[in-house]
Design a protein around this ligand. Structure first.
Ligand code: ZN
Length: 315
């Protein structure tokens, strides 16, 4: 019988961070805590298991020595990274490379496709997704001439919104926004624009050349509506399936049984409290349902983001 793996998050201080991750029950290193690496086997923040047989082991060590828990025998690295981000101040405008570019220019690293579920934001808040340049030449001219306000595409954002961010798409979270991010296990980011801010009296490094090399021009917004289905006393919004992951938003109001598949699933409780197979869970808990675990039952009043890697695409 496989056990559910409860994960101890790694908290990261950031110059733009705040203290709202306290709302998830975490002890923060400071009032400038920007990221909770909730489920991560990345060397920059390798989470520890906090229960059962594997208590105290890192997720990367389980990945390397107990692959039967995950069900991806041929995958090189743990494929996903789940974060909660508290942006007290605006984050810089960034873009990520795809697998091909990252592998060639970043020592064989993976590219980054990521997606955001908006946990909270201020009224009348905006978010940066995409740009207005008609082609690569115009984008290069705007970057060279510092015409970033013309370049970036800002749109309104609301609690509960979901955004898929493919490689090559400019993006940024503004101050006051809290998101849950599901992404490829990669830390490769190119900073395009930092609002001319200074850190210790100097601007932070920009990666204009790399950014322009990977930016997709023109930007075409992807429109899609989640498909909602019911499982017992739960309502599930299927948010995305892309070559890297599937992500769903679950609202549980009573008992609901789900089936674990051939690959593992990540669950993050983003609201409420309840139980999973009789074990108490609450807002801020993150856990992995191992591959082949079988049926699991959620109960209580819970809001959960669930993700799993797309097994066919994982190398
Ligand atoms: Zn990003």
């Amino acid at each position: 019988m496989k056990e559910i793996l409860f994960i101890e998050p790694v908290l990261k201080e950031r110059i733009w961070g705040g203290s709202r991750l306290k709302e998830y029950g975490y002890d923060l290193p400071s009032d400038q805590t920007g990221e909770c690496w909730a489920i991560s086997a990345h060397p920059n923040g390798d989470c520890v298991i906090r229960n059962g047989t594997y208590s105290g082991r890192t997720l990367s060590s389980l990945w390397n020595h107990h692959r039967e828990l995950f069900g991806l025998p041929d995958a090189k690295e743990f494929p996903l990274l789940i974060k909660i981000i508290d942006a007290k101040k605006d984050l810089s405008v960034q873009v990520h490379p795809d697998d091909e570019y990252a592998s060639l220019h970043e020592n064989g690293a993976s590219g980054k496709t990521e997606c955001w579920y908006v946990l909270d934001c201020k009224d009348d808040e905006t978010i940066v997704i995409g740009h207005h340049a008609k082609n690569t030449e115009e984008a290069a001219r705007m970057v060279r001439e510092g015409r970033y306000q013309e370049l970036i595409r800002e749109i309104p954002v609301h609690k509960g919104d979901f955004f898929q961010i493919e490689p090559g798409v400019l993006h940024a979270i503004k101050g006051g926004t809290l998101i849950l991010e599901t992404q490829q296990n990669s830390d490769v980011t190119y900073r395009v624009y930092d609002y001319d801010r200074l850190e210790n009296g100097r601007p932070r490094e920009l990666h204009k050349e790399q950014s322009l090399a990977v930016m997709k021009c023109p930007f075409r917004p992807k429109l899609g509506k989640p498909v909602t289905y019911r499982v017992g006393s739960a309502s599930v919004d299927h948010l995305i399936t892309c070559p890297y992951y599937s992500v769903e938003h679950m609202t549980v109001t009573g008992p609901a049984s789900f089936m674990a598949g051939a690959v593992f699933q990540n669950l993050s409780v983003i609201g409420g409290e309840g139980t999973i197979d009789g074990i108490k869970i609450r807002k801020g808990d993150h856990f992995i349902i191992p591959s082949g675990y079988g049926v699991f039952e959620l109960s209580g009043n819970l809001e959960i983001i669930r993700s799993s890697p797309c097994e066919l695409m994982v190398k």
